[in-house]
Ligand binder design. Structure first.
Ligand code: HEM
Length: 390
């Protein structure tokens, strides 16, 4: 009996405690909201103007106007940023040319959509330069291999006479090889940067490829200026003998006699070499060098911005692929494609029979005494020029 009474009392007190606690809890939000009345209040965007976007001028609102109807909605500001509008900056343009501009304005580069310039540049690079440039390089390599296989190298039919003619002086060879080494370094590092992710990354993995690409980028940046200087020396050194002559047309019309097997007469350099000189060394060489030095920010007095960098990059990459295609042909003809040509550029001397067969008009000028057979002070054996028989 006593125990039942105790149980009833316990339950009664328990229920009273619960009810008191609930009453306290219910009164808390009212107290909190009255405390917050003096503090900063955030507004619920839906409570203010749920139908704000129905306003026909909604899309044209400034950030201030939008803030009144939808506080916290900064879309107009971000739309302005994205449209490439340049803000104000106290930094001088020469020091920070793009300080007031976060996103570049929209542009359509050849082959891209009309979109912000960074994306447009990416499209040109990834959809045009890399796939088509890579395909072109492979086609040229394939064509050279096919040519070598079906037609083969140009050989000298006559036996060597043992009498040598100086084809390139020490200065000419130094300029040529300095330029050739710089070119090959640039070509290899450039190919790794542009195409490495397709043929190297799957083989060596991301870590090694990351280091390699980083190394190649720095190698590329440092050999660029070496190439630029040696290119100018090559141009000045060889321009005289690459001027067009009346014999070039005949050589071109008969494609140098490559198909007939009967080589067409030419001066010191034939029309094919002259095309490589003017198209590859002079024109493409200067474009490649100018755009490369621009990207290295080495040309003083210019303002370097993202847009000009993007244009310079596209010009650099496209002209480099064209130049590489030409020089793959030049390197083939200068090594495996023409027997004895590489020795001429390495030692400076060619045999008389080589000169007669490949550059008959030049040989005739040397024979007639119009051109000297020896221009350097020392001959290949290190003896006096007179020791070279012609
Ligand atoms: C590994 C790369 C190269 C090799 C093996 C090579 C080989 C040769 C050879 C053997 C000759 C002599 C041809 C003859 O006697 O008629 C030659 C000439 C020449 N090479 Fe190269 N070359 C290379 C790269 C370059 C580069 C990168 C340039 C310039 C960008 C260049 C510019 C010239 C010029 C200007 C001539 C003189 C012929 C002319 O002016 O038409 N070479 N090269």
């Amino acid at each position: 009996m006593l125990r039942s009474l105790f149980t009833i009392l316990t339950l009664a007190f328990g229920l009273c405690g619960l009810a008191a606690a609930q009453t306290q809890g219910a009164s808390r939000p009212a107290a909190a909201s009255s405390a917050a009345a003096g503090a900063t209040q955030s507004a619920n965007i839906l409570d203010l103007k749920p139908d704000a976007s129905a306003d026909p001028k909604y899309a044209q609102q400034s950030n201030g106007e939008r803030a009144k109807v939808q506080p916290g909605n900064n879309a107009p500001m971000w739309r302005q940023v994205g449209s490439g509008i340049t803000g104000t900056s106290s930094l001088p343009r020469s020091q920070a040319p793009e300080a007031g501009n976060l996103v570049q304005p929209s542009v359509r580069y050849p082959g891209s959509r009309l979109t912000n310039a960074g994306e447009a540049w990416r499209e040109v690079r990834n959809k045009w330069i890399i796939p088509y440039g890579g395909a072109l390089l492979l086609i040229v390599i394939g064509a050279i291999a096919l040519f070598h296989w079906r037609i083969g190298p140009m050989k000298v039919k006559d036996e060597p006479t043992g009498r040598l003619i100086e084809r390139f002086t020490y200065m000419e060879r130094s300029a040529h090889w300095a330029n050739a080494v710089a070119f090959c370094t640039l070509a290899i590092s450039g190919v790794v940067m542009a195409f490495g992710k397709f043929f190297l990354l799957p083989v060596i993995g991301t870590t090694l490829f990351g280091w390699l690409a980083y190394l190649m980028k720095n190698v590329h940046n440092f050999s660029g200026p070496v190439f630029a200087v040696s290119l100018l020396v090559v141009i000045v050194t060889f321009v005289g003998d690459n001027l067009p002559s009346k014999d070039d047309l005949n050589w071109l019309l008969k494609a140098g006699g490559i198909l007939s097997g009967q080589e067409i007469e030419s001066g010191r350099f034939n029309a094919g070499e002259k095309i490589t000189f003017w198209g590859g060394v002079f024109l493409l060489g200067l474009i490649v060098v100018a755009s490369g030095l621009f990207m290295d920010k080495l040309i003083p007095g210019l303002i370097y911005e993202r847009a000009s960098m993007q244009v310079a990059h596209m010009v650099h990459a496209a002209s480099n692929i064209a130049m590489l295609c030409m020089f793959l042909g030049h390197i083939y003809m200068g090594t495996a494609g023409t027997k004895g040509a590489y020795e001429g550029m390495r030692t400076g001397y060619v045999d008389e029979s080589w000169a007669r067969e490949h550059h008959a008009l030049w040989y005739a000028d040397v024979q007639s005494g119009k051109l000297p057979a020896q221009r350097s002070v020392t001959s290949p054996a290190g003896s006096a020029p007179s020791a070279v028989q012609v």
